[in-house]
Design a protein around this ligand. Structure first.
Ligand code: F6R
Length: 240
């Protein structure tokens, strides 16, 4: 696991964008996209490079990490809408190349299986952008998730629902989600995790310096052949 320390969120975004750009410029990249606050500076930097440095996404395919169960793709808080608003609608990535698990289907288990197979059929993810939850989750693989799990239905932890209530005007966060599994995430050729802020420091410490354990799902990245962790000073503050 490579750990890169940066002096600000903007700097984190630039270093992460450098890695994504290498894949995009190589052609026909498959990106794995996280939502949430952590990758915002990365997406802002990629959008800037698209506008000012002709970084093109027209042959890129993208898979989001997860989706809330019960929300239609066009729901304001669905991850499909969120990733469009934060990134995809600002670059030339064709909408038909954006894949998200569909949260409003009746058979969620079948949808999870279909999504996992679609990632495989696309040749797998080249670079998976990740954030980390304060409880150590990646995707929505909450503590005690199997380290070899595939895309599946999960119950969100109470802490995660509280953390994400800020994005919902009524504070009502769905209880279930579809998430790529830890085994699925581990197959990405590069795992690129960005973390900012003191509330992530304990989870970052457990991920980088703790044992590989389902109690900190992100620790599975210690086993990854190319995991890059990019941190601001607050997120790195508990590392020895
Ligand atoms: C989002 C996701 C989550 C977030 C994590 C951190 O697609 O899968 O694992 O990356 O909850 O969220 P933020 O970045 O909002 O602190």
């Amino acid at each position: 696991m490579q750990v890169i320390l940066c002096d600000s969120a903007e700097h984190v975004g630039k270093r992460a964008a450098d890695i994504v750009e290498d894949y995009v410029r190589a052609g026909s990249a498959v990106l794995g996209l996280a939502t949430g606050g952590s990758p915002s500076s990365t997406y802002r930097e990629l959008i800037r490079r698209h506008r000012e440095e002709s970084l093109g996404f027209s042959d890129v395919r993208a898979f989001t990490l997860d989706e809330y169960a019960g929300l239609a793709p066009d729901h304001e808080q669905s991850y499909h809408t969120t990733i469009r608003r934060e990134f995809v609608d600002h670059v030339d990535l064709p909408l038909e190349n954006l894949m998200t698990p569909q949260g409003d289907v009746s058979d969620l288990a079948a949808e999870a299986e279909r999504y996992d197979a679609a990632i495989g059929a696309a040749g797998g993810v080249d670079v998976q952008i990740l954030g980390i939850g304060a409880n150590g989750h990646i995707g929505f693989n909450e503590p005690t998730s199997s380290l070899s799990s595939r895309t599946r239905v999960k119950t969100l932890a109470g802490t995660t629902r509280r953390d994400n209530a800020r994005f919902f005007s009524d504070g009502e966060v769905p209880r279930l989600c579809l998430t790529q599994g830890l085994g699925t995430i581990r197959e990405a050729r590069t795992a690129l995790l960005v973390a900012m802020g003191a509330n992530k420091a304990e989870a970052v410490r457990a991920m980088v310096e703790g044992p590989v354990s389902a109690h900190c799902p992100a620790s599975v990245l210690q086993l990854h052949r190319r995991a890059v962790v990019i941190l601001d000073p607050d997120a790195a503050s508990l590392l020895s």
